[in-house]
Each structure stands twice: as structure tokens, then as C-alpha cells.
Design a protein around this ligand. Structure first.
Ligand code: GLP
Length: 291
């Protein structure tokens, strides 16, 4: 796992969009796993901008969203299909046939979930999975106690999640009680994961996800098992992490981040180095360093 902390939410979303764009340019047939929520809106806005200004080409890529509410049709304003069409799909040159979300109106929800898994596998699996995080640490709608090996299925939404998503609905009681979501195991199967979290209200759960023990109570902790997972945060969302100096150090020194370090901070780099050198000095040598 890597943790990248950017100065603000805009810079964090910009970095996520630039990583996605690089992957798309490297593989025009990229299979992307997509997420919804307020946090993702600025990532999609940036991708739309790159499409318009730099010709970022979506024509051959394929997408699979994490989840969809049960009981909302695709043209319902609160459905995730509507969200994706509005924020991304209808603003870029993607072929809508290549965009997939679970069907929350399916007559047979169990069959729909199995079919969604088959469809992902039939497309060769997900190359790059974009993730947000709920206030209770869910990924997609993997609510507390979601098995770490779970696959796409129907989940009951927790009171915390229903309350978190209620402002988007005309009335809180209109928030659906269930959703189809890719499982934690389905998410862990993707080749690379990028989780974006911004804002102080995510700080406590982000700290648990990164530095806490792995537990099915917080599905995001399962990302510690993923071999290629990056969390991109703003300062506020990273504010409760204990080892942020170390995460800055990795970002500043990891060659893979070289093209993305335009606004890098030499203070973080040298500060961490100096602090560690000081910690390693024998007591008698400290006065030399401090003079
Ligand atoms: C919903 C989605 C999640 C998303 C979460 C965070 O619950 N199912 O995939 O991560 O919202 O939303 P926000 O970015 O609005 O905090």
C-alpha cells in the first residue's frame, strides 16, 4: 500500500485523474472499475476536461461500477447509472455499450450478481479500480462484517450509510435499503486500486483503514492485502495518520511518482531525512548536528 497526501482536495483529485489518464494512454482498452459519491465528482470533471483539451480517448475503454441501489431504475435521478451518465459517460467519447453497472431492477437479483461477476471476468478482469470510502469504512456498499472474500451480492445498507447518502435524496426515507455491490474479494482481484478520500470527516476512518488492523468491520482495511494499492488523500483526510512523514518520504523518492511530482515539497523530503538522521544519532553526536 502507498499513501500519497496532497495539499488540498483539488490536487488530490487531479493526481487521481492524471494516474487514470496515464493508464488509459498506455492501454486504450483499459478495464476500469468506477465509483460514485461526491468525492469522485472532481475526478470525473478533470477527466472530462482532459478529454476536451488533450483528446483523452475513452472510445475503447470498458467500465464496471462498484454498485447500484436495488429498486432504482437507470433513469432515476438517484441511481448510480444516472450519476455516471451525468458526470462522465455522456461528456466523453465512451461507447455506452462498454459501460456496466449492476441492474438494481433485475427480477432475479442473485442471477444479476453472478452475471456481473461473469461479465467482469469475460472482459479479462479489472485493470484499475477507483474507490472512495464511506464514513464507516465501506468500499462500494461493503458494509461492516462484509466477508473479506465476498463477491458481488445484495447488501443491506447500514443506518450510517443511509444517513450519509440521505442528503442526495428528496427525503431520508427514500434512500433504498439495499444495494448490489461488488464484494471485497471482487475488489481485491483487480490489478491496481486507487482510493481517493478528502475532507476532515474521512480522517478517522482513513487512519483506521491504513494503520489499523485488518477487520471485516471496516472493508477498506482489506486493501492492506492488495499488492498494488494507492490511497490518495488531501491533508485533511490524512490528518489523523501517525506516519505521514514516512508516506511523504516514499512519494518524494519513489521513481514511479517522478512524472507526478511537479508540485513536490522539498520540506517534506528533507524534513523527514533530517528527523531520521537526528533520531539515529548517538547522544554525544547530537550537539554537532544541532550546532
Ligand atoms: C457511497 C458509495 C461508495 C462511496 C461512498 C463515499 O456510499 N457506494 O462507493 O465510496 O458513497 O461517498 P462520498 O464521496 O460522497 O463521501
Amino acid at each position: 500500500m502507498e499513501v500519497v497526501i496532497r495539499p488540498n482536495a483539488e490536487a488530490a483529485a487531479d493526481l487521481v485523474a492524471r494516474v487514470i489518464a496515464r493508464e488509459m494512454r498506455g492501454n486504450p482498452r483499459l478495464v476500469m472499475g468506477l465509483a460514485t459519491g461526491n468525492t469522485m465528482e472532481s475526478v470525473y470533471a478533470r477527466l472530462v476536461q482532459m478529454h476536451g483539451e488533450e483528446g483523452l480517448d475513452f472510445s475503447a475503454c470498458r467500465t464496471f461500477n462498484l454498485d447500484e441501489y436495488v429498486g432504482l431504475s437507470s433513469n432515476h435521478i438517484n441511481s448510480y447509472r444516472h450519476y455516471m451518465n451525468h458526470h462522465l459517460f455522456l461528456q466523453v467519447n465512451i461507447d455506452l455499450q462498454n459501460t456496466h453497472l449492476p441492474d438494481g431492477m433485475a427480477a432475479d437479483l442473485v442471477a444479476e450478481c453472478a452475471n456481473y461477476e461473469r461479465l467482469i471476468a469475460g472482459n479479462g478482469g479489472i485493470d484499475l479500480q477507483l474507490l472512495g470510502i464511506g464514513q464507516n469504512g465501506h468500499l462500494g456498499f461493503n458494509e461492516p462484517l462484509s466477508a473479506l472474500r465476498s463477491r458481488t451480492r445484495v447488501k443491506i445498507l447500514s443506518p450510517v450509510t443511509r444517513a450519509q447518502n440521505a442528503p442526495l435524496f428528496p427525503r431520508p426515507d427514500l434512500v433504498p435499503h439495499r444495494a448490489i455491490t461488488m464484494g471485497v474479494g471482487s475488489i481485491l482481484d483487480c490489478r491496481r486500486c486507487i482510493l481517493l478520500a478528502t475532507g476532515e470527516e474521512k480522517a478517522a476512518i482513513v487512519a483506521k483503514a491504513v494503520e489499523g488492523p485488518i477487520t471485516s468491520m471496516i472493508s477498506a482495511t482489506a486493501l492492506q492485502l492488495h499488492p498494488e494499492c494507492t490511497l490518495i488523500l488531501d491533508e485533511a483526510a490524512g490528518s489523523q495518520l501517525k506516519e505521514s512523514d514516512y508516506y511523504h518520504w516514499v512519494f518524494e523518492n519513489q521513481p514511479e511518482w517522478e512524472p507526478f511530482r511537479a508540485a513536490s515539497s522539498p520540506i517534506a523530503k528533507n524534513g523527514f531525512q533530517a528527523k531520521h538522521q537526528l533520531e539515529k544519532q548517538p547522544v554525544e553526536a547530537m550537539s554537532d548536528v544541532l550546532e
